[in-house]
Design a protein around this ligand. Structure first.
Ligand code: NDP
Length: 247
């Protein structure tokens, strides 16, 4: 079974990479379930997909709240009868130097980028184990592979995702549950991500970098589609993807 008719939950689907992925997967015949906090955006994107003859529904979800992740998975199952793939993509990047002591933003990143992904895994794993199939895909970042000034906590959250995704892959193989995993490490992609930066200097620096190098989020969407489209006995484990011009 390729992408067509798969039921795919996408978090962070109200803009950027999540939006582009929802649109592409729906175009390829998937039934997509969009999740994020901004209902206006989710509604607009869902309507666009349907206009394009795609299958889509949405559920307003804050990934930091475990019950909302459970509700999301139940909603997908009630609507389409099952869940085949979950793309845990919601995230924020309020970068700043550690010395700026933006402790609230550190905690928000930990809550959304780490706990949000774990909440999604916890919500879907019982169904995947029961059906002995499923695919968990996450958006880490090149910041999860290489440290850089201003990205201490963001990078740490993305390293964390890398770690538990690799363990999920190993444990699923050991337990014989046939669950596939894929972790994507994007570099500069032009989305709304930089709007989460409140530190002026960091914001200016990152904006310059993205202006110079950034590529469009549909480039990541096609990577997600590639991972899903492989035969069920193939696990595409990791992708590092960025602009050709970015050093
Ligand atoms: P966007 O800001 O466009 O998208 C972020 C998405 O996350 C939005 O849909 C937002 O929706 C959602 N989100 C944030 N907080 C929550 C929450 N508490 N609950 C549910 N949804 C939430 O940026 P991107 O598309 O770039 O980001 C997607 C992922 O890609 C992130 O994990 C990011 O770290 C990662 N990434 C991005 C890169 C880039 O260069 N753009 C590079 C490397 C990784 P809403 O506000 O409506 O809730």
């Amino acid at each position: 079974m390729s992408i067509k008719d798969k039921v795919i939950i996408i978090t962070g689907a109200s803009s950027g990479i999540g939006e582009a992925t929802a649109k592409l997967l729906a175009e390829k015949g998937a039934k997509v379930v969009l999740a994020a906090r901004r209902e206006e955006n989710l509604k607009r994107i869902t309507e666009e997909i349907k206009k394009n003859t795609g299958e889509a529904v949405y559920q307003v979800t804050d990934v930091t709240i475990p019950e909302e992740n459970e509700r999301l998975v139940s909603f997908a199952k009630q609507t389409y009868g099952k869940v085949d793939v979950i793309f845990l993509n919601a995230g924020i990047m309020p970068n700043s130097p550690l010395s700026a002591l933006k402790v609230n933003e550190w905690n928000q990143m930990i809550d959304i980028n780490i706990k949000g992904v774990l909440n999604g895994i916890a919500a879907v794993l019982p169904s995947f184990i029961e059906q002995k199939s499923g695919h968990v895909i996450t958006t880490s970042s090149v910041a999860g592979l290489k440290a850089y000034p201003g990205g201490a906590v963001y990078g740490a959250t993305k390293w964390a995702v890398r770690d538990f995704m690799e363990v999920l892959r190993m444990e699923s193989a050991q337990e014989g549950t046939n669950i596939r995993t894929a972790t994507i490490y994007p570099a500069a992609i032009n989305t709304e991500l930089l709007t989460t930066i409140t530190d002026k200097e960091t914001s200016e620096g990152m904006t310059g970098l993205y202006k110079q190098y950034g590529i469009t989020p549909d480039r990541i969407a096609s990577i997600v589609a590639y991972a899903i489209d492989q035969p069920e006995d193939v696990n595409v484990n990791e992708f590092t993807v960025g602009p050709t011009t970015q050093p």
